[in-house]
Design a protein around this ligand. Structure first.
Ligand code: ATP
Ligand code: MG
Length: 395
C-alpha cells in the first residue's frame, strides 16, 4: 500500500563541501522544531530529504512549516510505493484523486529514473502514466514545454509520485551563521530585513523600543503581531520590548533639535549592543535602506555604526521601497505594517533633521547626553516575549 510522505528539495546546501552534513543536520533540526508533534522521521537519498510524519498530521501546518523553513527550495506531498507496475498505476490514481488536475488544458508526466536497474526507461514510464491520466481526464492533452498540470514520478529505492511541487523559501538553514539582534519597528522595512538576514542562516532575535504613552499599546501589539508572522522564518524568535520613554525624553530635552533622531538611533545601537552581547549575538540588523530618510544617509549610518563594535548589517541597503513592499507582501507582514499606529511619535521627530552629520561632532554631542544610566535602566525593565517556530507566543 502506498505511504504518504513529504519530499523535500534542498538547494544551496547541496553545494556545500565538507560542512554539508552540518547544514543538513541543522535543517532537519529546524523542521523538527516545527513539526515535532507529528513525530518526524527523516530519510535521505541523493538531493532529496524524505519526511515521514504521523498519518493524521495536519497538512496545513506541514505546509506552513515547510514553506517558511530556509534551506528548502521545494517540497511536495508524495506517495511512496513499491517498484511494481500495478502499484505505480494505483498510486498515481490515488495522487490524482487527492489532487485532481484541471479538467481542460494540458499535462506532462515528469519521470525520473535514478535506479537504472528498473526495467522501464523514463520514457516508458511517462507513456504508461500518460495513459492513466488520459483515462481520468479525457479532455487533457500533452504539452511537454508549458503544461498546466504535472505528475511527477521518481524511481529510486522506492517509487515516489506527486503532483504539487511547492516552492520553498530557499536560502540556508537558520542557525548556521551565528546570532544577530534585529531592531524591529512597526514599519514595513525591518520585518523584511529580518527575513533577509535569516535567509542566509542568521539566527535573529528582535528588539523594539517602546516609548509609552507616546507610542501606544496598539503599536506594541502591532510589533508583537509582526514578530509572530516572521517567527516561523526565523525558526522562533525572542522579542525584547525595551521601555525607552525616559531615554527619549532625555534626548529631546538635551540634544540639538536637528540631531534628536540621530541621538535616538545612537542610543538604540548601544542598547542593542548590550542585549546582543549578553546573548552572544555578534551582529545588529536594521531595516535601513540608503537615502530612504534623513537618518539613512551614508554619513548618518556611519555615525550610528560608530556607536557599536558589533557588525551592523542592513540587508535592505540597496532596495527600493517597491521591492521591499513586494517582499513584505510575500511574507505576509505588509497588511500589519501599514496599520496606522506610528512606532515613533511626532513629538520626538525634528522638523529639519540633519542629513549629513559630522561623525566626530555628533559623537561628542552624544557623549554629552550621558545616556548610560537610562540605557541600563531600560534594559533592566525590558520585557521578553518568545514566539516559537510556528509563530505562537509561548509562556
Ligand atoms: P521601518 O519601516 O522598518 O519602520 P523606516 O523606514 O520607518 O523603517 P526608521 O523609522 O528610520 O525607518 O527606522 C530605521 C530602522 O531603525 C528600522 O528599520 C528599524 O530597524 C529601526 N527602528 C526604528 N524605530 C525603532 C523602534 N522603535 N524599535 C526598534 N527598532 C527601530
Ligand atoms: Mg519606522
Amino acid at each position: 500500500m502506498a505511504k504518504k510522505l513529504y519530499l523535500i528539495k534542498e538547494g544551496e546546501i547541496s553545494l556545500k563541501g565538507g560542512n554539508r552534513s552540518l547544514f543538513e543536520k541543522r535543517l532537519r533540526h529546524n523542521i523538527k522544531d516545527k513539526l515535532g508533534e507529528f513525530n518526524p522521521i527523516f530519510s535521505k537519498q541523493k538531493g532529496r530529504i524524505y519526511l515521514h510524519l504521523d498519518e493524521n498530521a495536519d497538512e496545513k501546518k506541514v505546509f506552513k512549516a515547510l514553506s517558511t523553513t530556509f534551506g528548502i527550495t521545494g517540497f511536495a506531498k508524495a506517495y511512496e510505493c513499491k517498484k511494481d507496475l500495478d502499484e505505480i498505476i494505483r498510486t498515481a490514481e490515488k495522487v490524482l484523486n487527492e489532487n485532481p488536475f484541471s479538467a481542460t488544458g494540458t499535462f506532462k508526466i515528469d519521470a525520473r529514473r535514478e535506479d537504472k536497474s528498473f526495467p522501464m526507461s523514463s520514457y516508458d514510464i511517462s507513456v504508461m502514466l500518460a495513459k492513466t491520466v488520459h483515462e481520468m481526464f479525457p479532455d487533457l492533452s500533452v504539452d511537454l514545454k508549458n503544461p498546466d498540470n504535472t505528475l511527477c514520478i521518481e524511481v529510486r529505492q522506492s517509487v515516489y509520485i506527486y503532483t504539487n511541487d511547492n516552492k520553498g523559501p530557499g536560502g540556508l538553514p537558520v542557525q548556521t551563521a551565528g546570532r544577530a539582534m534585529l531592531l524591529l519597528s512597526g514599519g514595513i522595512d525591518s520585518p523584511v530585513a529580518a527575513i533577509r538576514a535569516a535567509k542566509r542562516g542568521v539566527k535573529v532575535d528582535c528588539i523594539y523600543f517602546h516609548a509609552y504613552p507616546y507610542t501606544s499599546d496598539e503599536a506594541l501589539e502591532k510589533v508583537k503581531t509582526l514578530a509572530s508572522i516572521i517567527a516561523p522564518y526565523l525558526g522562533g524568535t525572542r522579542l525584547y520590548v525595551v521601555p525607552f520613554t525616559d531615554g527619549q525624553l532625555r534626548i529631546k530635552k538635551y540634544s540639538y533639535p536637528d540631531e534628536t533622531t540621530l541621538m535616538f538611533r545612537a542610543s538604540m545601537m548601544q542598547t542593542a549592543e548590550r542585549i546582543a552581547k549578553s546573548k552572544k549575538a555578534i551582529a545588529i540588523v536594521t531595516g535601513e535602506a540608503l537615502s530612504q530618510v534623513a537618518s539613512q544617509t551614508l554619513e548618518a549610518m556611519n555615525f550610528t555604526d560608530s556607536m557599536t563594535d558589533l557588525l551592523v548589517i542592513r540587508p535592505l541597503v540597496g532596495m527600493d521601497k517597491e521591492e521591499i513592499i513586494k517582499t513584505a507582501k510575500e511574507i505576509g507582514t505588509y497588511e500589519t505594517s501599514i496599520l496606522p499606529y506610528e512606532d515613533c511619535c511626532v513629538i520626538f521627530s525634528p522638523k529639519h533633521p540633519i542629513t549629513h552629520p559630522d561623525k566626530e561632532t555628533s559623537k561628542k554631542h552624544y557623549r554629552a547626553l550621558e545616556m548610560d544610566e537610562e540605557i541600563a535602566k531600560a534594559i533592566e525593565k525590558a520585557e521578553v516575549f518568545y514566539f516559537n517556530a510556528m509563530g505562537d507566543l509561548e509562556g
